[in-house]
Design a protein around this ligand. Structure first.
Ligand SMILES: NC(=O)c1ccc[n+]([C@@H]2O[C@H](COP(=O)([O-])OP(=O)(O)OC[C@H]3O[C@@H](n4cnc5c(N)ncnc54)[C@H](O)[C@@H]3O)[C@@H](O)[C@H]2O)c1
Length: 273
């Protein structure tokens, strides 16, 4: 047991999680704390207040003093240096970043693409969900000689097209490319960049697309299509993402792993006929 505990321990990891008040981030944050990490949830504080998320994660993790929160829009360059300084004051120098901000908004035929909404979704997933926080954190780590670790969220849409969600898939396939590109760029500094690619997990941002009636659990046509296409025949449970995330963050387990995107998808990507 000692060997396994050492291999996967997150003791000494101070992890920023953007989109920290979100569904997946909330569950993952508690699991990371159980594995020994300190986490600082970065959220905009608009739909989901950060203080409430901190309380929820604290209760779920059961290790007080390890969960912190900072209100910040991860897509606004001018806010990030202040957020990093605030985070440093709360939990010490951050040495890991999970880019969790993101999500989809609806779907529709390509010929009806709303260009303003398209830009908004790309801004949320690619700029707030990767480019902006990564730029500042990587600069901070390079200056301070911190061998940090970044984990992004890719998606099934990074690998194969998902119908109707054009902007989301554009941004998520770009994140897969950027994960590889920045892994190479930052390797000389000992900074690793990887991604977790969830299959379909019910979150705030995709609930309406997949579930028709929450009370009965009745699925939309798209929800049924997802299940039919997933060899495991179900949606994922958020806790099922924890193992992949802990592996990618734990230096002893994955210190030589960089530039990969690890699918946790019930076999979605290996579907055949
Ligand atoms: N749920 C799934 O099935 C699934 C599948 C593949 C990938 N993902 C990805 O996982 C991540 C988390 O998804 P989720 O399902 O928990 O979604 P969620 O909507 O529950 O959480 C996303 C959070 O990001 C926040 N956010 C958005 N823009 C932000 C910004 N500019 N600054 C700060 N916070 C911001 C939102 O307010 C929200 O709290 C997203 O990147 C999503 O695309 C989810």
């Amino acid at each position: 047991m000692d060997y396994i505990a050492k291999l996967f321990s997150l003791e000494g990891k101070n992890i920023i999680i953007t989109g920290g008040a979100g569904s997946i981030a909330g569950v993952l944050a508690a699991e990371l704390v159980k594995a020994g990490a300190r986490v600082c949830l970065w959220g905009r504080g608009t739909n989901h207040p950060v203080a409430e998320a901190v309380e929820r994660v604290n209760a779920a993790a059961g290790r007080p003093g390890r969960v912190f929160g900072v209100t910040v829009d991860a897509g606004v360059e001018g806010e990030i240096p202040r957020a990093i300084a605030e985070t440093e004051g709360l939990m010490g120098a951050p040495n890991a970043l999970i880019n969790g901000a993101g999500g989809n908004r609806g779907k529709g035929p390509f010929v009806d693409v709303d260009v303003d909404l398209f830009k908004e979704i790309v801004d949320m997933n690619l700029l707030a969900g990767f480019i902006v926080p990564t730029k500042f954190i990587a600069k901070y780590w390079i200056e301070k000689k911190i061998e940090g670790s970044i984990v992004n969220f890719t998606s099934m849409g990074s690998y194969v097209p998902l119908s109707g969600t054009w902007a989301y898939c554009s941004a998520k396939s770009a994140i897969l490319n950027m994960t590889q590109a920045t892994a190479k760029e930052f390797a000389p500094y000992g900074i690793r960049v990887n991604a977790v690619a969830p299959g379909f997990f019910i979150g705030h941002q995709n609930k309406a697309l997949l579930i028709k009636d929450e009370a009965s659990g009745e699925l939309t046509e798209r929800g049924k299509a997802v299940i039919a296409h997933t060899p495991f025949g179900r949606f994922g449970k958020h806790e099922e993402l924890a193992g992949a995330m802990i592996f990618l963050l734990a230096s002893a387990a994955s210190g030589f792993v960089t530039g990969v995107s690890l699918p946790v998808d019930g076999g979605y990507l290996v579907q055949n006929i």
